[in-house]
Every structure is written in structure tokens, then in C-alpha cells.
Design a protein around this ligand. Structure first.
Ligand code: HEC
Ligand code: HEC
Ligand code: HEC
Length: 128
């Protein structure tokens, strides 16, 4: 009897632990990808917590300013997100930021967010 209860508790702890690690990976673990410029520097264009929560609003605001008002040069450029957050493969070619497991995909896949931005916008940095 004791043994059975003990096993149930262990099973519950294991399941709880898996759920906990899944959620913290998505919420607090950094998803910055290896091989991107971002992996080598300290901070984003705004504090990380702020970016996690508000990047969609910043991007939309930036788009409105550029497309409808002709204002350029503020810090939330989509081209800049891509150039800093895109990784490279072994042969040095850029990997699209929205490819599976890449920066923009990692959270969006988890959160079931679909963005259509990259139908028009470059998903790899512009070659200089
Ligand atoms: C010059 C490089 C650079 C640019 C440009 C940049 N980022 Fe970042 N970004 C970073 C770095 C570095 C971090 C990680 C900061 C940290 O670890 O605290 C980061 C973190 C983030 C995070 C949080 C990731 C996490 O693990 O929770 C998001 C979301 C994000 N960036 C989105 C964007 C978006 C959207 C843009 C364009 C508007 C952008 N970034 C532009 C360098 C950049
Ligand atoms: C139908 C094509 C199309 C789609 C889809 C699209 N854009 Fe754009 N976007 C443009 C064009 C054209 C411009 C103006 C040219 C430029 O500056 O790149 C622009 C400019 C921008 C800019 C200012 C320039 C820059 O690089 O920062 C931002 C920010 C932006 N778009 C964000 C977005 C976001 C976020 C999405 C997805 C939610 C999106 N766009 C979807 C066509 C599109
Ligand atoms: C730390 C996790 C995380 C990262 C990294 C991330 N996003 Fe997001 N993004 C989200 C979440 C979560 C939402 C949905 C928020 C909501 O529904 O309120 C979202 C929503 C968006 C939206 C709005 C979609 C819509 O339909 O309104 C855009 C645009 C967007 N992200 C662009 C980007 C781009 C571009 C990148 C890569 C440069 C990126 N995100 C990286 C978590 C992330």
C-alpha cells in the first residue's frame, strides 16, 4: 500500500517537472539562436522583457510610420530584427529567421502565432 502511494507521488512529481521545464523554457529561457549576431551581444533594441511582451506592437507602429507617414530610422526596423537575429548554417549561409526552430519561429510555434510578414519582407539579412 505504502509502496503504491510512493510511486504515484513520484509519477506526479515527474509529470509536474516536465510541465514546469516546458513552460519555463518558453517563458524565461532565452530563445536567441546560436550563430546569430544577437548571440554575441548583451541586449536587444529595448529591454528583453519589454521586447518579449511588446515587439508586435512596436513592429506594427514602425510599419505605420514608415509606410503611411514616410518616417524612417526608428529602432524597431523589421530588417534590423532579421539582420541581428538570423543564424547561419555550417557553410556560412544565413538561415531564414522564420524557419523551424529559428528565432521568430521558436515562440510563435509554441504560441500558435502565424505571421505573414515574410511573404514580402526578407527573412535573411541583406548581403552587404
Ligand atoms: C543589434 C541586435 C538586435 C536587433 C537589431 C534586435 N534584437 Fe532582439 N535581441 C537581441 C539580443 C542580444 C537579445 C537577447 C537579450 C538578452 O539575452 O537579454 C534579444 C532578444 C529579443 C527577444 C526576447 C527573446 C527571448 O529569449 O525571450 C525578442 C522577442 C526580440 N529580441 C525581438 C526582436 C525584434 C522583433 C526586433 C526588431 C524590431 C529585434 N529583436 C531587434 C539583439 C537584437
Ligand atoms: C504585402 C507585402 C507586405 C506584407 C505582408 C508586410 N509588409 Fe511590411 N512593408 C511592406 C513594404 C512594401 C514596406 C515599405 C518598404 C520597406 O521599407 O521595406 C514595408 C515596411 C515595413 C516596415 C518598415 C521598414 C522596416 O524594415 O522596418 C515594418 C516595420 C514592417 N513593414 C513590418 C511588417 C510586419 C510586422 C508585417 C507582418 C505583420 C509586415 N510588415 C507585412 C510590405 C509588406
Ligand atoms: C519570446 C518569444 C517570441 C519571439 C522570439 C518572437 N515572437 Fe513574435 N510573438 C510572440 C507571441 C507570444 C505573440 C502573440 C502575442 C499575442 O497574441 O498577443 C507574437 C506575435 C507577433 C506578431 C503579431 C502577430 C499578429 O497576428 O498580430 C508579430 C508581427 C511578431 N510576433 C513578429 C515577430 C518577429 C518578426 C520575430 C522575430 C524577429 C518574433 N516575433 C519573435 C512571441 C515571440
Amino acid at each position: 500500500m505504502h509502496r503504491l502511494i510512493g510511486l504515484k507521488r513520484i509519477a506526479a512529481l515527474v509529470v509536474g517537472g516536465i510541465l514546469l521545464s516546458l513552460s519555463t523554457a518558453a517563458i524565461s529561457g532565452s530563445v536567441v539562436v546560436e550563430g546569430s549576431k544577437a548571440a554575441g551581444i548583451e541586449s536587444c533594441v529595448a529591454p528583453t522583457a519589454d521586447m518579449r511582451r511588446n515587439h508586435m506592437d512596436y513592429l506594427k507602429h514602425e510599419r505605420n510610420e514608415v509606410v503611411y507617414e514616410g518616417v524612417r530610422g526608428s529602432k524597431y526596423s523589421l530588417a534590423d530584427c532579421v539582420s541581428c537575429h538570423a543564424s547561419k548554417d555550417k557553410s556560412g549561409h544565413s538561415i531564414p529567421v522564420n524557419a523551424e526552430k529559428q528565432f521568430c519561429d521558436s515562440c510563435h510555434d509554441y504560441a500558435a502565432v502565424k505571421i505573414t510578414c515574410f511573404q514580402c519582407h526578407r527573412k535573411v539579412p541583406e548581403e552587404k
